[in-house]
Design a binder for this molecule. Sequence first.
Ligand code: ZN
Length: 677
Amino acid sequence: MRNLCSILIFTIMTINLSTLTSCNCCSSTSDEQTQPAPWIVDRFDDIKVLRYEVPGFENLPLNQKMLIYYLSEATKCGRDILFDQNFKYNLTIRRALEQIYTSYDGDRAAADFVAMEKYLKKVWFANGIHHHYSNDKFRAEFSREWFEQMIDIYVKELPIAKEELCEIIFNPSLYASRLNQTDGVDMVKESACNYYEGVTMKEVEEFYAAMVDEKDPHPISYGLNSQLTKDADGKIVERVWHLGGMYSDAIQQIVFWLEKARAVAEEPQKSIIDALINYYRTGNLREFDRYNVLWVGDNVSNVDFVNGFIENYGDPLGFKASWEGTVNFVDSAACHRTEIISKNAQWFEDNSPINPEFRKKEVKGVSAKVITVAMLGGDCYPATPIGINLPNADWIRKEYGSKSVTIDNITYAYDNAAQGNGFNEEFMLREEDRARIKEYGKIGDDLHTDLHECLGHGSGQLAKGVTGGELKSYSSTLEETRADLFALYYLGDEKLVELGLIPSLDVAKAQYASYIMNGIMTQLSRIEPGKNVEESHMRNRKLIAEWCYEHGKDEKIIEWVEQNGKRYIVVNDFDGLRKLFGELLYEVQRIKSEGDYEAGRKLVEDYAVKVDPELHKEVLERYAQLGIEPYSGFVNPSYELVENDGEVVDVKLHYNHNYIEQMLHYSKDYSFLPSLN
Ligand code: ZN
């Protein structure tokens, strides 16, 4: 199974959700500042949409600006693919809603219309009708009767019956979850995502188990780029996502822009783009591996990008990858921190608190950069990672290393959009903890990201005979747990002070206090009443916090304190907590290295899944009073070619779109797939 972590936003963003979200609508404190308007472009339901800046773009040489322009176009062209991957009726629903929204000539302040607008904004944000994080289907707050009338009046083309469409939207038990990983159910049948059609979980597992060649030193990521279904004769077949296959119309556009990019790129990037184009043409996963090997070896190109079927979080069985894209360039001034970490990678590996036989003898190619993102697309948009660590194939990581980046302009935007929202005051009991977070929160978050991405995922090795697929549906959670524990453990190490990365271990104290508080308590604000924790990063944080609480109970390393009828979680013993992080890392590394499915399952089921309903209720109530949206995402800037006599002379950067404008623009100009695929 792969190391998965480009959705790193969730690893860090929620740790300090406090400082990363803001509220200017219902401040509870009198001295609350009004937010600078430009950072926040929209807010609805549990979502806040921000904008990010692209500092340094103007100073790039023209060919790099053009490269960014062409790669950005390619990044926008895959949006429909993700909608369809998330659920087979998403495009049908989005288009029906957009037709009503744009041509409606009634009262736009009427309750039904306002509710539909909110629903549409949520659908855009989630790339479908299921919540991007909880995976639950959205509840429509407009009336079914009204909606049926709107369809009759405004919707020109509807590929399914009106009745069926309304059932999908309004019947809460139909397609209730995009991703259901409940132990013991048929996860394929119970998940609404569109990676499988007409097959059972057992059939999928058998299909791919038969493909694995255990002797292959370079195993293919089978199933990564296809839908699994049955043909007319009932035979199980893959519909591969490539030019001429499924999603061909969108892929054709992506390839068109990649070819333009190729023309202005320099080597080695030219060859890398070539390999990617070839993979899109053929759908051959060996070609994808070849592309990844080339890509990970390129540490010289200033502009870089991701474009393809990358992360498998959205598949309950972890075979299929969702489409995503980003374009970025190096923020050279900010790279110093990760360079130091990178240079000392072997020291960290050699001193890791795990069984020595599971340490990597030689840590290879940990490249780490701080980048400025220029465009986000697919599964990175509008909710976006703040770090990227790729590729995912274990054997490539082992032989060629991985690229790891921290996206600085995104965290900068989060920081700016958040100030004084009352979160820490509400949930953090001790003034000393709050003061440390205020002073060291940002550097602690940054370092946590660096350590998690640059070192955590890349560390450790498998025992002989273990392939990496043994942990099945628990592998993402356990992998994130492992990387987080690595980061947490080393954040409290004197070595970081010695290397000049942190001024003192107070940085670790700040991070530990907020991590435990978030993992055990405040992240529950993102979960609906009655639900369990499903998302793997949330599970990972809960696992770590709950396990440490339980194992340090006798020594009161972590403690619950009640004051004025409110519950608080406090860390009493930071050294003791660090020891517990080390012990748990030892065990989680053993589980991964030995492929101990049963122990992994038990760890996740015991600590990471079930929510205490009383505590949950309290968190939701206290959180609601603060009026903070728990999720954030971004609108992109736009780029414009400036031509003179048919020749490109410059590329202009604009921050011109609000959220609705951008979404309608993308739906109009970057929508290439039929409603049903
Ligand atoms: Zn990760």
